[in-house]
Ligand binder design. Structure first.
Ligand code: NAD
Length: 357
């Protein structure tokens, strides 16, 4: 069967990772990437063998830099079955008309408002909602990380309420403009932050609020999570459920900080030391009076990447089952510390009462 033709519009932190992730799947291929500046990332894209497209007014800049351009961004869009828009937050929405004009399906990222597409996406929680859809938004790194823990816990124990504080990285490692370089910035100072409500675009019935603080670090975000659960359970039950999820890594072995997780990624020889799984600190999981407390770290540069691949598969109807797609994506990308199984299969010895809704 012919591979699905995927175009990547915007080749920065997220775009370059989506391109590499698509390129290693056997049912889809990268037909081009679009960039506006002929910088080092463009040079690497050439080395990777990707065709480069740009804005008409930027072609000369690329040619002067010795980088061959295959055409304009519109030329690329015309050739694609689907475009993954990875342009900077709030800019991607301006491309909607172009995608519509050429009848091409499109995925936007979490930096766009929820109204950019009728569906917001997470692989575990609502794959079916994107099945065959034309326009979808893959939610932000933080919302993805929250959905991955809330969804299975809600299925098995019922989630009454979630309260989460996010300590956000100030910028990405390659970023030369963001901050702070000192101070902890309330972002926003008003409450709640948008992260909790954004979870409701995927799992609408969850009662969730959030607060966010920006910190001078580039490694990862940290979430301090408190959940009230409907059914009685122990910390070990929670570890069992979260440990059964292929995109959740229960972190232990002396790791107590985000810098050590990144070092762990380096030692595992992960590409770009990425950690696309949620890193839940195993020892932090505790349950008291029906309330769960835990810390998790989210690698902002990489956790949404496998979700983009699954989203492509759902939108192009390449695979009807999210479990199959998740495993396929994980295997090709070398991520996940266990196989994703349907929730009820992941925990065969689980008390039967927990499985009843
Ligand atoms: P980025 O700034 O690293 O990369 C954006 C790329 O798009 C750059 O290469 C830029 O040159 C290019 N670009 C700018 N304008 C363009 C245009 N008009 N047409 C084509 N290309 C254009 O941004 P990013 O961090 O990769 O973020 C992309 C999206 O992913 C945003 O919506 C963001 O909110 C979301 N996101 C980012 C992160 C993260 O931590 N970086 C995590 C999850 C989601």
């Amino acid at each position: 069967m012919a591979k699905a033709k995927v175009a990547i519009n915007g080749y920065g932190t997220i775009g370059k990772r989506v391109a590499d992730a698509v390129a290693c799947q056997d049912d889809m291929e990268v037909i081009g990437i679009a960039k506006t500046r002929p910088n080092f990332e463009a040079v690497v894209a050439v080395k990777r063998g990707f065709d480069i497209y740009t804005l008409p007014e930027s072609i000369e800049k690329f040619e002067k830099a010795g980088i061959k351009v295959a055409g304009t961004i519109e030329d690329m869009v015309k050739k694609a079955d689907i475009v993954v828009d990875c342009t900077p937050g709030k800019k991607g929405v301006a491309n909607a008309e172009m995608y519509k004009k050429y009848g091409v399906k499109a995925i936007w990222q979490g930096g766009e408002g929820k109204d950019v597409a009728p569906v917001s996406f997470n692989s575990v929680a609502n794959y079916d909602a994107a099945y065959g859809a034309d326009y979808v938004r893959v939610v932000s790194c933080n919302t993805t990380g929250l959905c991955r823990v809330i969804y299975p816990l809600d299925k098995l124990f019922g989630v009454k309420k979630v309260r989460v504080t996010l300590i956000r990285r100030g910028g990405d490692p390659g970023d030369i403009k963001s901050g702070p370089i000192d101070g902890l910035i309330l972002d926003p100072v008003t409450l709640p932050s948008h992260h909790g409500p954004d979870v409701n675009t995927i799992i609408p019935h969850i009662n969730i609020t959030s607060a966010a603080i920006k910190a001078p670090t580039t490694f990862m975000h940290v979430h301090v999570i408190n959940m009230e659960l409907e059914k009685e359970c122990t910390a070990d039950d929670v570890r069992l459920v979260l440990g059964s999820q292929s995109r959740i890594n229960l972190i232990d072995d002396g790791i107590t900080g985000t810098n050590q997780i990144i070092e762990y990624g380096r030692d595992l020889c992960r590409p770009r030391n990425d950690m696309p799984e949620n890193c839940v600190f195993k020892q932090s999981i505790s349950v008291s009076d029906g309330e769960l407390y835990m810390f998790q770290a989210i690698h902002q540069e990489s956790d949404v990447i496998p979700e983009n691949v699954d989203c492509i598969r759902a939108m192009l109807k390449l695979e009807p089952s999210n479990v199959v797609s998740i495993n396929k994506t994980n295997k090709a990308m070398g991520i996940g510390f266990c196989e994703q199984k349907p929730l009820w299969m992941s925990i065969p010895d689980f008390p039967e009462t927990f499985l009843k809704t």
